[in-house]
Design a protein around this ligand. Sequence first.
Ligand code: GTR
Length: 436
Amino acid sequence: MKRRRPFRGSAPLALPLALAAAPGFAQQTGTNDVESRVPSYTLPDPLRLTDATLVQGPTDWREKRRPELLRLFEEHVYGRSPARPAALRFSVLDTDPRAIGGLATRRQIRVLMDGTESGPAFDILLYLPNGRPRPLPVFLGLNFSGNHSVHPDPGIRLTSSWGGDGPGVIDGHATDAARGSSASAWPVERILDRGYALATVYYGDIEPDKANGLKDGVRAHFGPAGALAASDWGAIAAWAWGLSRALDYLETDPDVDAHRALLLGHSRLGKTALWAGAQDERFAMVISNNSGEGGAALARRWFGETVDAITSSFPWWFAPRFRDYAGREASLPVDQHLLLALIAPRPLYVASASEDLWADPRGEFLAAKGAEPVYRLFGRDGLGVDDWPVPDRPIGGTIGYHLRRGPHALTAYDWEQYLAFADRHLHASPKDDSAR
Ligand code: GTR
């Protein structure tokens, strides 16, 4: 999708969990792609407060540990986001009941973040399968290249925001040639056929993904103004905030059951989906596809991308303070298993790809494993296995996981697992709040 740093190495081996704690080096520089060189590390205990008190049950988690962790992730990793703007308003731009050859109703909605037509805004593309009982469960995900890139449907508005450098984009502006350019990541017909609505938003509409993108995005409008302080929000937090504003709209759409909103994201947008889902408990399920460092992968595990690498290449993604932990991951007060734990007790799916070593597939599995104690606190199961599964064998209970054979991507295979997982946890029970 986007340019990735080159990474050497062979496909990861299915090693027993115990090897994660092989004795090793105290401090590393550079990156590592050799499992046997991963040093030992100790993860913060999800069920112990910073003052060392043990979390005794769901009430302690909700009232003490969860707020504490949210604050720590804000302060040290993603930065603090503002509340929902009081003036937030939605404008339905168009509804076509006969889109995609009559398969779906296409609705496009403009989210006016300060309530004015001239202020910051982004567009939601919503497909509703026709002939299905409403309100419908809905997948929501940010896309990388514009709403028009998810399907060749000529009725989708071309984004007028900065569109990066993808196919059909000329000098940052999307053209008709860009229609459907990301369709392989968005099997729209299949999703609709399975009885789900699909809502998507171009992340660049919320804030352009570039070093100076801040001046053209929501952070410029909702502040704070001037130079960023250590715990001010980064771009991931801004995109995540946009997802909550999209859900604000979905709550008002009578064709959608916002209690069954399934949040999905790939790669940097997987990191974003996790942070949005961690903060906003209205999301009924969260899916992280190959989210890697700053997403589902453990920061303390020296494998693949590091805090140093990610904050050197993409300093604007995080709160400025995150950079302080480059090469000092062990002193981070959180690690990413705690981000996953913040989704509990809601269904969570973490997916890796065997050739995606930069994202540390095994570290993603181990983070999911590390979140299990919180699911158990709520009487839910977690992954249901101890060993990292072989490729193409999906596993899981309330936490789903698979290691797809192949490269960093969001594929039809990934979607099939998400649809099955969603069916299992949410589809059969409209308006059922039990999973929340
Ligand atoms: C890479 C980055 C990863 C991942 C990826 C993507 O270059 O190092 O953390 O987010 O981009 O979003 O495609």
